[in-house]
Write a protein that binds this ligand. Structure first.
Ligand SMILES: [Fe+2]
Length: 458
């Protein structure tokens, strides 16, 4: 009967003598029945003169255990055998054969050659260990999540992020470990990159917040990749989780500093504007009104927000060059002499000169320099014509002239809105760019600018 087994079978007595070896075993050993029987099992299996159960040897011996316990050894034991001068790995299942008195008379060993299987298993283990060490070498967290959102693999980086040991993480839902939530992210109203991967089969990237064991918030950038089987079905999601908390904190800090700088910038500009306004009670509020008119015209012309902002700053500072002009000239009620007028005409270039050291204001210098140029080339300081004059200077020129005409001046009272509009029309094409005059008239007609600013003008 034992000859018909697919594996090897041995019957061994109490003294390690082989009483019987089945055909499979005889064939494997290349021995005939009489050559096997009578040999000691340890001589045959290990080419060893001592029984495996000897204290001096480290082999686990089913023989010794079966005879000492009088029970079957149900555990599968692996021996390294030197049968036919080949090292093989053998699974052994040993059972006692009892005599009529109930004592162990012999032992039957069923042997199965698992050498190849073991080699494959060892290779697989080595491969897994290699992959694990590679993943552990990555600073980012890496987890593999199955379709039930359970974590089936986690690298050291992820354990460090979560501040948990790997054995606590494996088998748990990713949303429990990463978010401390009882339900998946998408049921908590959050985006879930793993779900996207399962639904689309494509990689997906999101930035969201995680919580570690100590409930500290982490800003995590997650990129999820699909893990597909041979048929192309997505069986898991590989998630690479980068902790960008420090980067986010730095960005927030930078944003805060930037805001502070912008505020400082605005305050400094305001200080300049106040200094300009303080030169003469007649020009109080002029710069700010001109800035508002100019921005409204730019909006009507369809200019972008960045250009409008530049224009606003230029309008606020357009008369900064008057700081260097004598107050007596600015406040003179009578007609200016040619010399006085030539001093006044220096203020656009002077303004450019004053602001030149501030490199952040470099973009407004040409606007300020040319805000008194005329389309017909009769303006100052450079006598530029038409499109030679920067567009924003042409806008500023219209807004500036309109406010100057409607404001009280030391040499005349306010001439009113109607007069100012007529002046714009009259000088369109000579002093002013007609396109810009048209835009401003639309602004005024459509009351885009509002009645409030008119009433405040008195
Ligand atoms: Fe001016």
């Amino acid at each position: 009967m034992l000859d018909h087994l697919l594996g090897g079978a041995l019957v061994i007595d109490k003294d390690y003598n082989i009483i019987f070896a089945n055909k499979v075993l005889r064939d494997v050993c290349g021995l005939k029945g009489e050559e096997v029987e009578g040999k000691k099992c340890h001589e045959l299996s290990h080419l060893c003169p001592l029984p495996c159960g000897s204290e001096s040897l480290s082999f686990k011996c089913p023989h010794k255990e079966v005879f000492s316990t009088a029970g079957p050894v149900t555990a599968t034991l692996i021996h390294y055998c030197c049968i036919a001068e080949k090292e093989r790995i053998i699974d052994i299942t040993a059972s006692p054969v009892m005599d009529e008195k109930g004592e162990v008379r012999e032992m039957i060993e069923i042997l199965r050659d698992v050498t190849e299987k073991e080699r494959q298993r060892k290779k697989l283990e080595e491969r897994e260990a290699f992959i694990e060490s590679v993943l552990d070498g990555i600073g980012d967290g890496v987890v593999v999540v199955d379709r039930d959102f359970k974590i089936i693999s986690a690298n050291r980086g992820y354990c460090n992020q979560a501040k948990l040991n790997r054995d606590v993480i494996i088998g748990r839902h990713c949303y429990e470990v990463s978010h401390h939530w009882p339900k998946p992210c998408f049921e908590m109203g959050e985006r879930c990159s793993a779900k996207e991967v399962f639904e689309t089969g494509n990689s997906h990237r999101i930035i969201h917040t995680h919580f570690n064991k100590e409930a500290h918030t982490l800003h995590i950038e997650t990129i999820s990749y699909p893990l597909k089987d041979a048929s192309g079905n997505v069986i898991a999601s590989i998630e690479v989780l980068g902790d960008i908390s420090e980067k986010i904190a730095l960005e927030n800090e930078l944003e805060k500093k930037l805001k502070e700088l912008e505020e400082l910038n605005n305050v400094l500009i305001l200080a300049f504007v106040n200094a300009i306004d303080a030169k003469s009670p007649w020009t109080k509020g002029h710069s700010e009104r001109v800035a508002n008119y100019a921005a409204a015209i730019a909006g009507e012309l369809g200019l972008g927000e960045a250009d409008i902002q530049i224009l606003r700053t230029a309008a606020l500072l357009h008369d900064v060059g008057k700081i260097g002009t004598y107050d007596v000239i600015l406040d003179k009620s009578g007609k200016l002499t040619d010399d006085e007028f030539s001093l006044i005409r220096m203020h656009p270039a002077k303004g450019e000169e004053i602001l030149r050291p501030i490199k952040q204001l470099a973009c407004i210098l040409p606007i300020i320099r040319s805000h008194h140029e005329r389309i017909d080339g009769r303006g100052y300081p450079d006598g530029l014509k038409g499109n030679e004059i920067p567009l924003l200077s042409r806008v500023l020129c219209v807004a500036d002239s309109f406010d100057s005409t409607t404001a009280d001046r030391p040499y005349r009272p306010s001439t009113g809105k109607e007069y100012a509009i007529n002046e714009l029309r009259r000088c369109s094409g000579t002093q002013f760019d007609p396109k810009i005059v048209g835009a401003f008239l639309k602004v005024l007609e459509g009351e885009v600018y509002g009645e409030e600013s008119w009433s405040s003008r008195g």
